[in-house]
Ligand binder design. Structure first.
Ligand code: 6PG
Length: 469
């Protein structure tokens, strides 16, 4: 057969990816530590292509033609190391090991070195799109051994989603852990977009008094526009129409308001801080989740004084919806911008030479943050000077006129009426700080010099200065 691949780990994502490979004509060998899963998988999916299930690493490795290409699809962290400890002694030089989980990029860099000691080539592969994406076409972000990527690229091209512009959502992005870093930033943006949408929902429901049907119609309408179209907007519309098992009530109203996280959002914020990149809207998404499940909220909910300013009336529903559309759109543009800025700065520090336009392209299909506005980011970063590019001109023009006014109105009213909107609000503050000609950090510098003799720079002469305050 033209392609062959081994898949270790038959969880949701591993199973879907193995089936995707098999459906695309690859000889596929699967393994799972709990061997009953191999039987279950072979029973339910074994006929979807040429698939072989094996229950020991020795048998698994023996089935694969060399140089082997093996994808590890187990939970990020120590499970990946455990697989590698068992597997590496069985592999040959030039075999290719691909970690397709949400691993931390520093772990990927370490594992690449460990593999190199065995002559095994390593790739860190971010995979996005959830179960359906993994099965029908994910977005795949790869980093590591370039020659190894070239060897598996033809199969990955078949497996990946279409990018909508005659390409596939898969790319080799550079050396080391860059693939996992890009996937991590993707997830950070995912947190921000999800929080922006959640705040839109809260506002429209509480202040606009929207029913779930009206909410569904709102998100469906937004998804029908060129500016707002995107996977997360689309699924939100679907969610509001879903009934619970009784068939009478809306499921959304019974779901607990505590969001979990698996860690990639926190890693993004940690990375942003360590590379010195502000990412307030991504952080707002993460913190809103943490707060929702935290002890303090459980203790204080319904128990703090509430004095709301209700002097300004809430606009009629269609007007409210249109205000919120602007607030969500502009906040989302800035969430992407924060993610791309993190990638840009990290790429310089890590010498990845990351092509941001290519990142935007492979996010246009298959992944969770796919959206129409990514086309503009692709165009923007393809330009030698992104800030004069046609793509940026279009994105920037979205902040003009009424839309910016609508956004400010939403932040005003959410604040006076006590509906928390940390992501939308942080995006606006980020925008205003970027836009403003003079920031108040002259005072911060004066204070630092006052109490710590940390020196300050002046606008009228070069050098660093100290004052006896
Ligand atoms: C994707 C998703 C996927 C997964 C996240 C969820 O791109 O397909 O991001 O990787 O859904 O791990 O992360 P949280 O559990 O932290 O929300």
């Amino acid at each position: 057969m033209e392609h062959s691949i081994g898949v270790i780990g038959l969880g949701v994502m591993g199973s879907a990816l193995a089936r995707n490979a098999a459906r695309n004509g690859a000889f596929t060998v699967v393994y799972n530590r709990t061997t009953s899963k191999v039987d279950e998988f072979m029973e339910s999916c074994g006929k979807e292509g040429t698939i072989v299930g094996r229950k020991s690493y020795e048998e698994f490795v023996a089935e694969l033609p060399t140089p082997r290409a093996i994808v590890i699809m187990v939970e990020a962290g120590s499970a990946v190391d455990a697989v590698m400890t068992d597997l590496l002694p069985l592999l040959q030089k030039r075999d290719i090991l691909i970690d397709g989980g949400n691993s931390h990029y520093r772990d990927t860099q370490r594992r690449e070195k460990e593999c190199a000691e065995h002559g095994v080539r390593y790739l860190g592969m971010g995979v996005s799109g959830g179960e359906k994406g993994a099965l029908e076409g994910p977005s795949m972000m790869l980093g590591g051994d370039a020659a190894a990527y070239k060897e598996i690229e033809p199969l990955l091209q078949k497996m990946a989603a279409d990018d909508g512009v005659n390409g596939k959502c898969v790319a080799y992005l550079g050396t080391g852990g860059v693939g996992h870093f890009v996937k991590m930033a993707h997830n950070g943006i995912e947190y921000a977009l999800m929080q922006i949408i959640a705040e839109g929902y809260d506002y429209l429901k509480i202040l606009g008094k929207f029913t779930n049907v009206q909410l569904a119609e709102t998100f469906e309408a937004w998804n029908g526009t060129e500016e707002m179209k995107g996977f997360l907007i689309e699924i939100t519309g679907t969610i509001f129409r879903k009934k619970d098992d009784s068939g009478k009530s809306d499921l959304i109203d019974f779901i607990a308001d505590r969001a979990k996280t698996k860690g990639t959002g926190r890693w993004t914020v940690e990375a942003a801080l360590s590379y010195g990149v502000p990412a307030p809207t991504i952080a707002a998404g993460l913190q809103a989740r943490i707060l929702s499940g935290g002890e303090l909220h459980a203790r204080l909910q319904g128990k703090l004084p509430e004095h709301l300013d209700t002097s300004e009336p809430v606009a009629p529903p269609l007007k409210t919806r249109s205000y919120m559309r602007s607030a969500c759109e502009l906040s989302m543009i800035l969430a992407y911008l924060q993610g791309f800025e993190l990638l840009r700065v990290a790429s310089i520090e890590e010498k990845w030479n990351l092509n941001l336009s290519e990142v935007a392209r492979i996010w246009r299909g298959g992944c969770i943050i796919r959206s129409a506005m990514l086309a503009k980011f692709q165009e923007m970063f393809a330009s030698r000077d992104p800030w004069t590019s046609a793509g940026w001109q279009v994105l920037k023009s979205r902040f003009e006129g009424e839309r910016q006014f609508d956004w400010r109105h939403i932040v005003d009213l959410a604040t006076s009426r006590g509906v928390p909107a940390p992501a939308i609000t942080s995006a606006l503050a980020y925008y205003d700080a970027l836009r403003k000609e003079r920031l108040p950090q002259n005072l911060t510098q004066a204070q630092r010099d006052f109490f710590g003799a940390h020196l300050y720079e002046r606008m009228d002469k070069k050098g660093e200065f100290h004052t006896e305050w």
